[in-house]
Design a protein around this ligand. Sequence first.
Ligand SMILES: [Zn+2]
Length: 445
Amino acid sequence: MFKVIGLLLLFVSLPACSQQVEVESARVWTAPDHTRLIIDVAGPVSHQIRPLIDPDRLLIDIAGVTLPSKLPKVDAADPLIVRLRGGSPDGRNLRLVLDLKQPVRVKSTLAPPNERYGYRLVVDLQPKEADEAVRLAERAGDVRHARAGTTAGSGVAGLRELVVAIDAGHGGEDPGAIGPAGTREKDITLAIARRLEVLVEAAPGLRPVMIRDGDYFVRLRDRVQLARQHQADLFVSIHADAYHDPRVSGSSVYTLSFSGATSDAAKWLAERENKADLIGGVELTGVDSDLDRVLFELAQNGSLEHSRYAAEHVLTRLKGTGPVHRASVQQARFVVLKSPDIPSMLVETAFISNPDDERRLRDSAHQQRIAQAIFEGVQAYFLQHSPPDTRLAGATNGRQHVIDRGDTLGAIAKRYAIDVKALRLANGIDGDRIRVGDVLRIPEG
Ligand SMILES: [Zn+2]
């Protein structure tokens, strides 16, 4: 099961020395706001980090670690690091030199072993200007936000777009579950998330926000926090998990649990997903202490109810893409769903541990079908539940039509004296297919 990912360092064996700790491999993950360097070490080591200027460099000294013969190449697009060099002048201690593109702030920690990795030295680099940049971005965001309330967006004056937070599970140091053929969950979730992003971007009245948009790790709480910063109206976390029984297959949709999990499998999955922070190399603090408070708030403001509405729409559409694992929306205590004010769901697109599911998850046509199903479910939910200050609601002035047996788009358009094209556009419908019981928004004539 254990797979070494990223860039392997070849270890040069030195004359026997019992105190020597081997550097096994190192990886560099580039995130939008930081770069993370991970150095696998075979045991606890002490280290020292020193910045140098003219040119900007970082010296990382690791005691009692031998020199690897080859260091990982850094992605040319990394905003902070040019390259990694290293040496072991005295043959006993390792000195890494990071050539930098700009001055950085550094945080480092020795992460203890977990179920996937042994001891690792985790070094996080952030641009020194980061604080200032964030402050400026926030100020710019405030201005934009204030303006959106008074001037026309793209179409309907004073109305906002509905924001869909798309959360690709896992990433970076945390590969998520790994299928029997080696497929990594983090790659599948990002591929489907990007397809969903394109669909949401193209839909009138909706706007996507990618919570993770590359191969790097984001803590579960930060995912929730990012969605709140972007004032998301819905949070969709995408996963493709594993179960110890490879026969288990199919997709399922989860919302946060009020009490216990709806099944052993749901509980097991939630526990597994909640471990992401540990595997990602960051310590988890205050694990579930505020879960009860969050649940109370959810119950108070109806977010939990809305999570379920949205999840049911998505599950209905997923049933058209292949077998489902559970025919109804499941509940469990997923940390990533703990937004008190944003309806949230977690989609297990399939079980990557099932060989058939794994093969389908790798297929781009199937990835597109899943993204389309999630999108249609999200859109159907918003068509029924968009707040009055949104373009989606404003475009229709609240008029709705519940599709009855025998209804056609043409007949509905005629009845409300509107254009079929306008009806399609307002509801994000492509062809002529409509479903009995769905609610259509009726745009102005
Ligand atoms: Zn997962």
